[in-house]
Write a protein that binds this ligand. Structure first.
Ligand code: DQA
Length: 154
């Protein structure tokens, strides 16, 4: 592992619309705010954080494939692909990286079709319903995991 563990924060479709999109569900924070917060929280946790967003499934799959060689962990809010994408599920599994799934909204309190996640099956954990704080908690969880691994504790 590199000196500073590297973490890719991936956002999927429509998350570029944060702040404008259904603010009663997703709040007023923009994706630029989320990315800036991830970078600064990552820095304080000793992580090298890269943030990316795409509306295209294949592009997300490509970035996850690259992450296998270039990153040490992954935080992902796959948006609607969470509930549909076996391709993302397979890519996440193939990455062999610790993955933390994030959702701004509580997907278990909404429509039934949001309750199933293909991402969760490939993730070490999932945080939902806590808004943008979820991304920070996910970074904290990965930082703790890297620390424990380096110290040889479970
Ligand atoms: C979301 C929840 C998904 O069901 C939805 O399709 C999104 C956003 C969330 O962050 O709450 O695009 O992932």
């Amino acid at each position: 592992m590199a000196d500073s563990p590297r973490v890719l924060v991936l956002n999927g479709p429509n998350l570029n619309m944060l702040g404008k999109r259904e603010p009663e569900v997703y709040g007023h924070t923009t994706l630029a705010d989320v990315d800036a917060r991830c970078a600064s929280v990552g820095e304080s946790l000793g992580l090298a954080v890269t943030c990316r967003q795409s509306n295209h499934e294949g592009e997300l799959v490509g970035w996850i494939q690259e992450a296998r060689e270039q990153q040490d962990g992954l935080v992902i809010n796959a948006g609607a692909y969470t509930h549909t994408s076996l391709a993302l599920h397979d890519a996440l599994r193939a990455s062999d990286l610790p993955v933390v799934e994030v959702h701004l909204s509580n997907i278990h309190r909404r429509e039934d079709f949001r309750r199933h996640s293909y991402v969760a099956l490939a993730a070490v954990g999932m945080i939902c319903g806590l808004g943008p704080l979820g991304y920070e908690l996910a970074l904290q969880a990965l930082a703790e995991r890297f620390r424990s691994a380096a110290a040889g504790t479970p």
